[in-house]
Write a protein that binds this ligand. Structure first.
Ligand SMILES: Cc1cc2nc3c(=O)[nH]c(=O)nc-3n(C[C@H](O)[C@H](O)[C@H](O)COP(=O)(O)OP(=O)(O)OC[C@H]3O[C@@H](n4cnc5c(N)ncnc54)[C@H](O)[C@@H]3O)c2cc1C
Length: 381
């Protein structure tokens, strides 16, 4: 990376949304530069369950991670901290793979396709001037690009610099993740509630399980530390107590993130197309943030390619992306926010689980509300 460089497309962030955009654009023959502040491979807080709505698209592009033998998940079980349970088949289902493996795999593919992948480099700011974006990078470097895709995830200092509205309020949520080993059905995802939050448990590759929970910041602070919180609060749920008694925990310490905001955001900001969590984060209990990240990246990459080929001017690019993003994801994100209100409350959750347990058709309908339709790789955008 020289002090001043330029290319056609810049992508900020190398999570699934950024890597997927980069791969699609490179396959379409564009010159792509992707900036990721960390070095692969690394762990992320994520439940690592990917909805199969994106499987045909991944197969079509040769990106399905077959060699890792992901688990295939087709059933859900939800429990309350009082011990009530609800079980349902998942019409769409999903597969389980660690982000440690998947992100590194796609980063490797992106590089093989000629993407300039700059790791360990953070984008400090960007400005739109004279129909180009000027990126300011860590290490006093700059980079100029014609089109910019922002895929920097849930929250970044760029959100504060751009005064995005959701940054004005502190978010009450903290996310914690482990990989563990214990006997558990590979085709099941469990969602165990506890006071103030919920914890997902499902199989990934190599016989390992992902255990990931979303908790209230205040509850955690009141407990003093994560260990005490897990002991005093999570383990009020008998299923989670059993996990802590039986499982082998594979990390030395958990992965933790805070400031997880589910507030609505804009899909276009200062002429950049926002993809994945940067455009909006669905509540994790829906288990499809990654599918939405991939789907929105597919949309942004296809429209950006049309723009670079002169088929769409910038105004049409931004308008079409914002319109399509709203059509495809707004209702799902809202359904996720509303559904989350039923989770993590001791008595309300217990009542909801018992009610829905008695109405399997309604339960399946509710699950389908948060899930999209299978994405057709050949449908025109
Ligand atoms: C507790 C929890 C559980 C979840 N469980 C699931 C689940 O089971 N299934 C599911 O589908 N979804 C789940 N999600 C959601 C899912 O993790 C996200 O939707 C998904 O990771 C979004 O991908 P992304 O590429 O948009 O962002 P990310 O994966 O967060 O990637 C963003 C990348 O940008 C980089 N970056 C940030 N700022 C900069 C910068 N300035 N310059 C350069 N790089 C930068 C970061 O280092 C990061 O690598 C969960 C979320 C939470 C919080």
């Amino acid at each position: 990376l020289s002090n001043r460089s330029e290319t056609e497309i810049g992508i900020i962030g190398g999570g699934l949304a950024g890597l997927f955009s980069a791969i699609v654009l490179a396959k379409k023959g564009h010159q792509v530069a992707l900036f990721e502040k960390k070095e692969y491979p690394f762990h992320r807080v994520c439940g690592e369950y990917i909805s199969t709505e994106v499987s045909p698209l991944l197969e079509h592009l040769g990106l399905f991670p077959h060699q890792f033998k992901p688990s295939q998940i087709s059933r859900v079980m939800i429990s309350s901290s009082l011990g009530s349970t609800l079980k349902s088949p998942l019409a769409m289902g999903g597969f389980g793979i660690s982000r440690y493996s998947l992100d590194q795999y796609w980063a490797h593919i992106a590089q093989e396709l000629g993407v300039q992948l700059f790791t360990g480099i953070s984008v400090e700011n960007y400005q739109f001037e004279k129909d180009n974006f000027q990126l300011q990078l860590s290490g006093e470097k700059t980079f100029s690009v014609r089109t910019l895709i922002a895929a920097y995830g849930k929250r970044s200092k760029l959100d504060l610099l751009k005064n995005r509205s959701f940054t004005t309020k502190r978010s009450p949520y903290v996310g914690v993740k482990y990989h563990i080993r214990m006997p558990f059905p590979a085709d099941l995802i469990a969602l165990h509630n506890f006071p103030g939050g919920y914890c997902g448990l499902s199989a990934i590759e190599d016989g390992k399980l992902n255990l990931c929970y979303l908790a209230g910041r205040e509850g955690l602070r009141a407990a003093g530390n994560i260990e005490q919180f897990e002991h005093r609060v999570l383990q009020q749920n008998p299923y989670l107590k059993e996990v802590w008694e039986k499982a082998e925990f594979l990390f030395e310490k958990p992965e933790v993130i805070n400031e997880i905001s589910f507030a609505p955001r804009s899909p276009v900001e200062d002429h950049a197309l926002m993809v994945g969590d940067t455009a909006g984060l669905i509540t994790p209990l829906c288990g499809n943030g990654m599918a939405i990240a991939i789907h929105s990246a597919w949309l942004a990459a296809n429209l950006s390619s049309k723009h670079l080929k002169g088929e769409l001017n910038r105004e049409a690019l931004e308008q079409q992306y914002a319109r399509e993003w709203g059509k495809r994801f707004s209702t799902r994100l809202m359904a996720g926010r509303n559904l989350q209100k039923l989770f993590g409350e001791r008595f309300t959750t217990d009542l909801a689980i018992r009610l829905f347990g008695a109405m399997p058709v309604l339960t399946r309908k509710l699950i389908s509300l948060t899930h999209g339709k299978t994405l057709d790789p050949c449908a025109s955008i």
